[in-house]
Design a protein around this ligand. Structure first.
Ligand code: 9MR
Length: 565
């Protein structure tokens, strides 16, 4: 039957910052302006106005009109927007809106740690579980993982890190991107004197150790990434194994501690190696403020990785295979450039500067596969490394890309800085939304251009409900929030004794490829922005992943900080 999309009045179901943009989208056949009113929790109108007709939204086909209640200065809980007889979902207006989500978006990482018990003291009884992949039966564990048969003659202790997503694989390229985004979140926050990254802000075992919790969380992953490096004495010493995962896919549900599959190290790749060169360099700079020994360890690993990649510049991870994601990539000029930029940003050495060959492009944004734009984001964190003319060029490049995303928001009925030229939404489209928002936020930091800040904030509306299917993609935030994401442990919809996803977990989002059987059964003929189903079986639209939640964590930290300025 037809999908129940609820109210045609689409809002950010979490709410709006007092000092932020406040717009909503109404799906309607009407082509002339309609009256709207903002109702408080007692159903009293506190603001009124008329809508602005928009026309057809590009990626959904919906005929829409826009509501702008940005001049309303009040704050509180349980507001609704009324257009005619239609009422939106309830939402809040205030300064502290993003504080809980900012914390929960980062709690995602502790919940998905491998090789350690997830303790009730930090996550509550429902989400607690024993350690997975430490070699306790029936697990084979990650403490002594052999290479895939015939690919090398050793085994490595690659315990720890985060599980990738709904599966129990651990993959270097997107794991490194996620760790990088947490390091950048920390650095951005520290540069802006944001107390939200202090020690004691997260519920993790390391809280109280004196170091910022978000860095403790990033270190949990970086420790794993460094363990994936090929040891000295081996032919490919310094290179980094692409991934480690099960021989065959396990079914749903599977508790991490119950995964009995053999696990293998897959061959090193130039891409994985350069990811460690990039993140190792960033780690060295950021941890120099907190843990000199670890900072030095990161820099040594980065240096070894950079040199190994020069010697082996074209070892590509293949597509296909069994039991894990491919994370295939046959173009690594972008990874070379990003690694060079991170190493230049940290060391200032001109040889690294000369190896930067890429810049941000609006059409690419960035992703685990396309890292060229990250070179500019690396430089944006340390503009003082550049000469004044080069700084001006960097500001110009970021402004041009941010201008394009602002235009993309204006070109759509639902504010969205993601507008793919081919008219198709990719697997993990929500991460493209959040990453493009991060680029606009960084352009704001670098240039002070207010419209970039507002556009970055408004993009969160899309992720939290102001979209073609009235869907908040973040568990626990909004009346119509995703809660059946594809996950082997958070599998409540299959086994009531297991928990639902933890609050703050973001679904991958609409994917016009319909790349799983559940999507194929439910979504035939969907418009790109509507190709999503909140079903645990739909891994191509409804999985979670570390590199998607890191984007959410970055943006919600930004929004929280902006709420207090
Ligand atoms: O995020 C990945 C996306 O870019 C790819 O198109 C897709 C298919 O290769 O894989 C996604 O990553 C998944 C990985 O392969 C396996 N673990 C879950 C990841 C998120 O769905």
């Amino acid at each position: 039957g037809a999908r129940d999309l609820g109210s045609p009045v689409r809002v950010n179901q979490l709410g709006y910052l007092s000092d932020g943009p406040k717009r909503a989208t109404v799906v309607t056949a009407a082509t002339s302006p309609l009256s709207w009113s903002l109702l408080d929790s007692a159903d009293q109108p506190v603001a009124t106005g008329t809508t602005t007709p928009y026309g057809a939204d590009a990626m959904s086909g919906d005929n829409v009109q826009l509501v702008d209640f940005g001049t309303f200065r009040g704050s509180g809980q349980g507001y609704r927007l009324a257009v005619g007889t239609e009422l939106s979902e309830p939402f809040d207006i205030g300064d502290n809106l993003y504080q809980p989500l900012r914390r929960d978006a980062l709690a995602y990482f502790y919940n998905n740690r491998s090789g350690t018990p997830i303790e009730a003291a930090y996550v509550g009884d429902a989400h607690a579980r024993p350690a997975g992949h430490l070699g306790v039966a029936p697990n084979r564990g990650d403490t002594s993982v052999p290479c895939f048969p015939g690919t090398c003659g050793y085994s490595l202790d690659v315990r720890g890190g985060w599980y990738d997503a709904g599966d129990h694989g651990k993959y270097v390229v997107n794991g490194a991107l996620a760790a990088w985004q947490l390091l950048d979140l920390y650095e951005r926050s520290a540069d802006n004197r944001d107390r939200g990254v202090a020690d004691g802000t997260l519920r993790i075992p390391e809280a109280g150790n004196g170091d910022p919790d978000v860095l403790d969380e990033a270190k949990w992953e970086i420790d794993f990434l460094l363990r994936m490096q090929v040891p000295a004495g081996q032919p490919l010493a310094g290179m980094v194994h692409h991934k480690i995962h099960d021989e065959k896919w396990t079914g749903l549900p599977t508790r991490p501690a119950a995964d009995a599959q053999p696990r293998y190290l897959y061959p090193p790749s130039t891409a994985a190696t350069l990811n460690v060169a990039a993140v190792g360099a960033r780690c060295a700079r950021v941890f120099a403020r907190w843990d000199l020994k670890f900072a030095a360890k990161c820099l040594i690993a980065a240096d070894k990785a950079w040199k190994a990649a020069q010697q082996h510049p074209a070892i590509y991870a293949p597509d296909g295979g069994e039991g894990g994601g491919a994370y295939d990539d046959t173009k690594v000029t972008d990874e070379f450039s990003w690694a060079a930029a991170e190493n230049f940003a940290t060391t200032g050495l001109p040889s690294y500067k000369r190896a930067i060959t890429t810049e941000l492009k609006a059409a690419d944004g960035f992703s685990w596969q396309e890292t060229g734009g990250l070179a500019d984001l690396a430089l944006a964190r340390v503009p003082w490394r550049l000469s004044p003319p080069d700084q001006a060029k960097l500001r110009k490049r970021l402004s041009n890309v941010a201008d394009q995303y602002v235009a993309d928001i204006g070109a759509q009925g639902y504010a969205n800085p993601y507008l793919p030229a081919d008219g198709k939404y990719v697997w993990g489209s929500n991460s493209a939304v959040a990453n493009n928002s991060m680029i606009m936020a960084t352009a704001y930091d670098l240039t002070g251009t207010r419209k970039y800040r507002d556009a970055a904030l408004e993009s969160l509306d899309y992720l939290l409900g102001r979209n073609a299917i009235n869907q908040s993609y973040v568990t626990g935030y909004g009346e119509r929030a995703s809660h059946n994401q594809h996950h082997r442990f958070w599998a409540h919809s299959l086994d009531p004794s297991l928990p639902s996803p933890a609050p703050g977990s973001m679904a991958g989002g609409p994917n016009s490829g319909l790349q799983d059987p559940v999507a194929q059964r439910n979504l035939q003929g969907c418009s790109p922005a509507a190709c999503y189903v909140d079903d645990i079986g739909s891994y191509s639209t409804n999985e979670v992943a570390v590199n998607w939640n890191s984007a959410l964590a970055w943006m919600t930290a930004f929004a929280d900080a902006e709420g207090h300025t």
